[in-house]
Every structure is written in C-alpha cells, then in structure tokens.
Design a protein around this ligand. Sequence first.
Ligand code: 0O2
Length: 220
Amino acid sequence: LEELLKSCLDDDYEEKSLPYRQTMTYYRCALREVETKFRVLDEQFSMYYDRNPIENIETRIKSQTSIMRKLKNRGLPLTLESMQENLFDIAGIRVIGSFVDDIYMLAKLLLQQDDVHLIERKDYIAHPKPNGYRSLHLIIETPIFLANEKRWIKVEVQFRTIAMDLWATLEHKLRYKKDLSPERLEEMATDLYEAAEICARLDEKMTKLKASEKRHPILK
Ligand code: 0O2
C-alpha cells in the first residue's frame, strides 16, 4: 500500500495501482449487494406494516489513508493481503432504523439469508461503550459474482436508531474538533455520556409508543 501511495507520482501509476483498485471494486460491489438486501427487506416490511423500518442507509469505503493508519497502528504489514486478512471494515454500511426492535429484526433477517455468513457480532446496544456509544455491529461475509469467479467479501454493518446516530454523529464531530484541549475533552465526556443516556431513554419511549403494532408472522 505504501508503495502504491508513492507510485501515485509515477508515470505507470495506473498499472501499479491496478490490484488495489480491483480489490476496492470488490468491496464496492459487496456494499451494493448488502444495500440491496436491506432495500428488499424494507420494501417487504412496508407491505405488511404500511411503514418502513429503515430511515436511511449510508455506505462508505475506507480511505487509503485510514487503511494505512490502521495497519500501521496495529503493527501489521502494509500490503493488500494484510489489509484483506486483518481489516474487516474496508466496506462499511450503516443502517439507520426507526425503532430498536426494528434493528434487531433487520439484523436477524439479514443473518438468516444463506449467502450471509456472520464473522463477528458486537452489541453495543445491550452493552454500550463506556462513553455511551450505542449501535449493533456485525461483520459479515457475502459473495459477489464476477465474470469468472465468486468471491466472499467482508462487510461491516452498523445498525443504529435515529437517536443513536444523532449522538454518534455529533460525538464524532466534537471529538475531532481541532482546537479542543485534552482537559476540555475530559470535561465533555460526562456531558456526552449523559446525552447518550437521554438518547437511550428517547428510544425506549418511542418504542413504547408503537407497542401496539403486532408483528407479522413472516417477520417474527
Ligand atoms: P470510521 O471512519 O467510522 O470507519 P476496529 O474498527 O475493529 O479497529 P473496534 O473499536 O474494535 O475497532 O471496532 P468497533 O467497536 O466495532 O467500532 C468501529 C466503528 O464503530 C468505528 O469506526 C466507528 O464508526 C464506530 N464507533 C465505535 N465507537 C464509537 C464511538 O465511541 N463514537 C462514534 N461516534 N463512533 C464509534 P472507525 O474506524 O473509528 O471510523
């Protein structure tokens, strides 16, 4: 990867960077596959309930700089092979659901599909991070079908409610503000934790408000 970055300046950059670009294309294709899976589930759900469980879907491919930083921080070789073997969040999809139980339902329906393999599950909703972060993370593997081969590609799926996403987005913005001193960051931690608790209570309240909705047998 380092070689590739340097080679950006070379005349034969196009040729040298081909394996990297090819690999990134596989990740982009996998994101399309997984996004379609969620769009299909959302559409089927709306037939039974007259509402959509998914508010928004965002996808992103990790930038070359972030990949390098992560590999370096972990003391791993800066190669394409090492990236593919060790980093599971090159392709990331974030599904913003309406209610907490919608999130678990969507995760379950995704994992029931026979072309989805679960690699890792981190439930930060049941067990929030010490700073208050809540979200359900899955690392899955799913196939993409190319001209002459089938490749299994890893994708990180993050499920959040609107309230969880609001908190995480703003916390991320605040944390990366350049002019913040370590002391100020420390002070902010308590307020951020309290804000996360408020978001959790909001989710609970909204879930109670729609409690009368009967789950369709197909989506149980
Ligand atoms: P980006 O730019 O979103 O990709 P790992 O990713 O395995 O090295 P970890 O902590 O084991 O690290 O993974 P985890 O806990 O599954 O979290 C990874 C991603 O979750 C992060 O990706 C964030 O997107 C999100 N996340 C985790 N904790 C927090 C948090 O406290 N606040 C916010 N706002 N987001 C969080 P990256 O790689 O950090 O960034």
